[in-house]
Design a protein around this ligand. Structure first.
Ligand code: PEP
Ligand code: MG
Length: 887
């Protein structure tokens, strides 16, 4: 018989941490904590396989589930000395979801389950506190009504604030037992009037209702969006955790809190967290009361006058510190903990590897390696390469003038500028139009995930460092300022007021997630640099990786950035980008409009010195590192004006006949420019273009070599080759120019000629091509286009639909399609190497900066990857991880 339910409690557990796939993250770690002998309230986990079964069988449970749940519930009761539904020895439970990966989009928690009109009295007697019992009951109705019965939580908020107002109360704690009882009555009436049936009184009905709600929430739109954004497969399913309740709200010797074993923002090795006395878990994250610091040190630093846990409950605090240390060294990673203290007794409710900023992740990895807790290779593998992007974002220039309008908490680092929007739908809409927006909210909830994703940064007026906005923004790597309490947001008016100034939707502000400042307008930013823990991890990564990392760059600025980020050369210099300057485009157009070869040569002669100067600069910046320069690739019409008005303007500026210009533009028109007169086809039609470029390259190599004293060995790359004879033709031109320049200059020139592999035919015939090519660079942008027969410029309109309908898992222009494009790459690698030993192999399509694709590059044994300058550190790390994984 399948085991659908796993119990834990009393120092024993049927599951363990490694059962994450079956028990979900929360369930697996509860089991592990139990086995470690830590104080965990007894409970059980309904497995993710039940979720899978539920959806595969028309939302029905396996037949044996009910009996297994009953058995497990009895066992919980035995350990707790209680019985579910029994008013004499009342057992209340919490019900929580728990997927393999934490999923904020899902039903989270129902507490106090098992309460009804009868058992609430038992709880009152048990606790000796009727006020507590009725408060717990109304919380239960509220939570259950919201997450299980699907009522809007506003329904309850409204009743509560009316009751508060009627009595002139400011805070919930002013309600007496009888008053809470009245609120319970009103809640129940409201449930009945909304749903046409009374609030369920039967504890078992309540339990199955909550279990059903967890499984149903797996398919709610928020969860689906979250999975899509985080690439979590639908078939993973969620588990359900049912656990005996412990109460943090049983008076002033009770408390509840959350903690990280190290600071999740900075990585500092110090217990970090918040708690509330006499409160239930939800109160800490809800941001209604301001939580207190755990340690005295943190309290002093925060300048808070509210006592720390260390001060108010020293024994429970000491026990907690010991457990926190034990869990960190057991899991060998920073832990995110939830705990409750019930009348002085500490209970652990959760442990998991804590989410952290990239800055913290780097510090924690470096520190843990230095502490001997993990190896350097593990430290390198702990960092998500894509997350480095966070550190590669600009920060506010310290010299910039700051027009500060508010200060909140520095919830997620980095700075962002954008137009104010007040709703997530607006954020998504405006971002879709290419605008940069800052999402401004009172607080965020899982419904805001899409808006947060679309925004440049997030600003909230309420909530702490562990609020939803803060946690999710850190995970996304978006700048966030939370709890900027002096800001007033008026949603209806679409305004935000601060320090007497009013800002409306569309006004530009800047947030600084590293200091918590909110500034009016746009502010000058500084570009990031590698230093501290970041550069330590990078140097460890460099020791581990086999592949080299180069950059795709053609401007001096890009080349310098790439060099400062550790690029070991240029893997792709797209020369066409150098022809768009005002002066150059003129000469380029002259060349295109020429009727004869000699006219073309005259125009090209104007371009030669400019092109040569570009290359000298690149060679100098790269100081002896390899530089791969690609000959002109795009179709010529890309350099000509479009539309009558632009044609007339350009014709006037050039002093040529507008009609002639129009005709030439028309004659260059192609139905499929991507498959048209471009790449090496240009050099074959107009050899003089390739001649000019080769000459510029060789003359620059000689000049830069003389200047720097280091010989320059340029790598000349021929684009869009499909036939070996195409390459042979262009190579002959290049070799001929090399010979001439050597004779003219009296210098020997060392150089390589190679090709891009970006057409299936080239991959399939790589053996023949390798006879003329000393290197291959996989142009996986074009290779993906031509393999799929999908234009990268037009794919946007349907690829998202494909992803949504599960036709494809990843956008193949972002993550290399290993099965198709990858198969061609493999063939080309094998044939190329067989034909020419030591043929240099690299990749320069966008995939060269994508960590998942880099794994593939390592697997097939490429010599290097080349990517955009800002992705160089990401590629260095990803290449190291790929090498570790392969080893
Ligand atoms: C490629 O096709 O992968 C490539 C790098 O060239 P481009 O993107 O310039 O076509
Ligand atoms: Mg290409």
């Amino acid at each position: 018989m399948t085991k659908w339910v796993y119990s834990f409690g009393d120092g024993q557990a049927e599951g363990r941490a490694s059962d994450r796939n079956l028990l979900g993250g929360k369930g697996a770690n509860l089991a592990e904590m139990c086995s470690l002998g830590l104080p965990v309230p007894p409970g059980f986990t309904i497995t993710t396989e039940v979720c899978t079964h539920y959806y595969a069988n028309g939302q029905n449970y396996p037949a044996e589930l009910e009996a297994q749940v009953n058995g497990a519930l009895q066992e919980v009761g035995r350990i707790a000395g209680r019985r579910f539904g029994d008013p004499e020895r009342l057992l209340l439970v919490s019900v929580r979801s728990g997927a393999r990966a934490s999923m904020p989009g899902m039903m989270d928690t129902v507490l106090n389950l098992g309460l009804n009109d009868l058992t609430v009295e038992a709880l009152a007697a048990d606790a000796g506190d009727a006020r507590f019992a009725y408060d717990s009951y109304r919380r239960f109705i509220q939570m259950y009504g919201d997450v299980v019965l699907g009522l809007d939580h506003e329904v309850f908020e409204e009743i509560l604030s009316d009751e508060k107002a009627r009595r002139g109360y400011d805070v919930d704690t002013e309600f007496s037992a009888d008053e809470w009882k009245e609120v319970v009555g009103l809640y129940k009436e409201r449930v009945e009037s909304e749903l046409g049936k009374p609030f369920p009184q039967d504890p078992r009905e309540q339990l199955w209702g909550a279990i059903g709600a967890v499984f149903s929430s797996w398919m709610n739109p928020r969860a689906i969006t979250y999975r899509r954004l985080h690439e979590i497969p639908e078939n993973w399913g969620t588990a359900v955790n049912v656990q005996a309740m412990v109460f943090g709200n049983m008076g002033d010797t009770s408390a509840t809190g959350v903690a990280f074993t190290r600071n999740p923002s900075t990585g500092e090795k110090a217990l970090y967290g918040e708690f509330l006395v006499n409160a239930q878990g939800e109160d800490v994250v809800a941001g209604i009361r301001t939580p207190q610091c755990l340690t005295e040190a943190a309290r002093r630093e925060a300048g808070s006058d509210k006592p720390s846990l260390e001060k108010v409950m020293p024994e429970a605090f000491a026990a907690f510190v010991e457990i926190a240390e034990k869990l960190e060294s057991h899991y060998r990673d920073m832990q995110d903990l939830e705990f409750t203290i019930e009348r002085g007794k500490l209970w652990m409710l959760q442990t998991r590897s804590g989410k952290r900023t990239t800055k913290a992740a780097l510090k924690i990895a470096v520190d843990m390696a230095n502490e001997g807790l993990i190896s350097r290779a593990e430290a390198v593998c702990r960092i998500d390469p894509a997350s480095l992007d966070q550190l590669l974002h600009p920060t506010i220039d310290p010299a910039a003038k700051r027009d500060m309008i508010a200060v909140g908490l520095p919830a997620s680092p980095g700075a962002a500028t954008g137009e104010i929007v007040f709703t997530s739908d607006e954020a998504e809409g405006m971002a879709g139009q290419g605008k940069r927006v800052i999402l401004v909210r009172v607080e965020t909830s899982p419904e805001d995930i899409h808006g947060m994703h679309a925004a440049e940064g997030i600003l909230t007026t309420r909530g702490g460092m562990t609020s939803h906005a803060a946690v999710v923004a850190r995970g996304m790597g978006k700048p966030c300022v939370s709890g900027a309490g002096t800001l007033r947001v008026d949603l209806r008016m679409g305004t935000m007021t601060a320090m007497g100034r009013s800002f409306k939707r569309g006004d530009v502000i800047t947030i600084d997630g590293s200091t918590g400042q909110v500034l009016a307008g746009a502010v000058p930013m500084l570009q990031p640099a590698l230093s501290g823990d970041f550069s330590t991890i990078m140097s460890w990564a460099d020791e581990l990786r086999r592949m080299k990392v180069r950059a795709n760059a053609e401007t001096p600025v890009d080349a310098r950035t790439a060099h400062s980020f550790g690029a070991e050369g240029i893997g792709l210099c797209r020369t066409e980008h150098m022809f768009f300057d005002d002066e150059r485009i003129l000469a380029m157009r002259e060349m295109i409009l020429s009727d004869t070869e000699s006219q073309r040569r005259a125009a090209l002669a104007k371009l030669l010195p400019m092109q040569r100067a570009d290359f000298v600069e690149l060679f100098e910046i790269m100081a002896g590192l390899p530089v791969t320069i690609r000959l002109l690739d795009p179709p010529l019409h890309e350099f000509l004006p479009r539309g009558e008005a632009e044609i007339a303007e350009v014709a006037a500026a050039m002093g040529v006949d507008a009609e002639k210009l129009r005709q030439r533009t028309e004659s260059l028109h192609e139905f499929n420019p991507m498959l048209g007169h471009r790449g090496c086809r240009l050099a074959i039609s107009y050899p003089e273009i390739a001649e000019m470029q080769a000459r510029a390259i060789f003359e620059a190599a000689v000049e830069a070599g003389q200047k720097t004293g280091a010989p320059v060995v340029p790598e000349i790359m021929v684009p869009l080759v499909g036939i070996a004879s195409e390459l042979a033709f262009v190579k002959a031109i290049v070799d001929d120019v090399a010979k001439k320049v050597q004779e003219e200059r009296g210098n020997a020139i060392d150089y390589l000629v190679g090709t891009m592999i970006e057409l299936p035919r080239a991959a399939l015939n790589a053996g023949e091509i390798a006879r003329a090519a000393e290197f291959f660079s996989f142009g996986t942008n074009d290779l993906t286009q031509t393999t799929f027969g999908i234009s990268r410029d037009d794919a946007g309109s349907f690829l998202e639909t494909y992803r949504g309908k599960g036709i494809i898992e990843h956008d193949p222009f972002v993550t290399l399609d290993v099965d198709g494009v990858g198969a061609l790459v493999r063939i080309a690698v094998e044939k190329g190497r067989a034909a020419r030993e030591g043929v240099k192999l690299g990749i320069c399509g966008e995939h060269g900066g994508d960590p998942a694709s880099i794994v593939f590059c390592e697997e097939v044994g490429l010599d290097y990857v080349s990517c955009s300058p800002f992705r160089v550190p990401i590629a260095r790390l990803a290449a190291a991880q790929a090498a570790c994984r392969k080893a």
